[in-house]
Design a protein around this ligand. Sequence first.
Ligand SMILES: Cc1ncc(COP(=O)(O)O)c(C=O)c1O
Length: 392
Amino acid sequence: MSPANPAQGATRAEPAIVRRQVNLFDLQRQKARLGAEIEVRIDRVLDHGQFILGPEVTALEEDLAAFAGVKHAIAVSSGRDALIMALMAFDVGPGDAVFVPAFTFSATGGSVASVGAAPVFVDVDARTFNMDPASLEAAIERVKRAGKLVPKVVMPVDLYGLPADYAALTKVAHAHGLKMLADAAQSFGGEAGNRRVGAHAPLSATSFYPTKPLGCYGDGGAVLADDDDLAEAVRQIRSHGRAGDGDEALRLGMTGRLDTIQAAVLQVKLAAFEDELAARRRLAAMYDERLKDHVAPPLIPQGCASAYALYTVRVPDRDAVRGRLQEEGVGTGLFYRIPLHHHPAFKPWVDGAEHLPVSEALADDVISLPIHADLTDEELDYVVERFLAAIA
Ligand SMILES: Cc1ncc(COP(=O)(O)O)c(C=O)c1O
């Protein structure tokens, strides 16, 4: 029987679920905010024509150093090249061991192999996703006992934007006479102990890949340093080993400069970066609050702030959850499905002694949810609602 009052029927009907599309990243919205100014700055470069190491590069370097609270920023061609050049500045080469977390992007270990050194894989902390000091200690001892490689550098990664535990890791590194190099590709803008990323190791390498918290419109990166000599070494290396305009190659180098056009893009984006970081952190706090009874939110240790390159949680049956979210229009990411010691490319440096259970478990169950400065509260609500349904 049909209801006498049509409104009665309407109240009984299921509320319509409006399907949305929420992407993991959305650079077009940022372009809508900043694009006009970026075009003006790019035009200026096209007019003056100094495409390599033009005035925008110098100005950007000053702004990056001021932002990070360090003396030097050297703008370079990519995050991976920043790591390679930092390793070269430390004179790392064949026969040297560089300790890297196993749970990271392949460029971390790849940069080490690119300078002829051996990446040694270290497990991570299951709560912060970052290098575990106890596993580092064990790996250094193992390399020393084997006697084939010289332990040289510890290279933690600030995964998803959270600075690694530099205080604890540096203690282990220094006890064994090793140097520290931060793979800060994902964490520009992150903080620990009142110091921003860039100040936690003698050399820090960051990336301006387009989807990074501070990204350009192509490849780019920077090396951050306080030490004058190390900074000068990186400057020379990025420009064929020459000092300034000199003809002489003082050391081996590469073509590792950031293009002036990318520097112009980054100048505009850096001016908006403080606000964007605040927006990411606000959204992350909303996720934390809404998800905390269902999954463990990413742990941000006391005194630290993440740049939230990604908002990542762990879920059982991750691939099925991802599939359900995709059907609902929610874009997610899997960073990283394969720990470094399982990549074919790193086989030569895997001796079978690696027992890295945390990295292996994380590779199976992490999932990253949309987070960027232009994500709306309504979109976050939708993601949370769909995510909770997907894991139910
Ligand atoms: C941890 C880590 N290291 C290094 C890199 C390399 O940076 P790029 O892509 O700019 O070379 C990335 C980039 O994704 C990264 O996430």
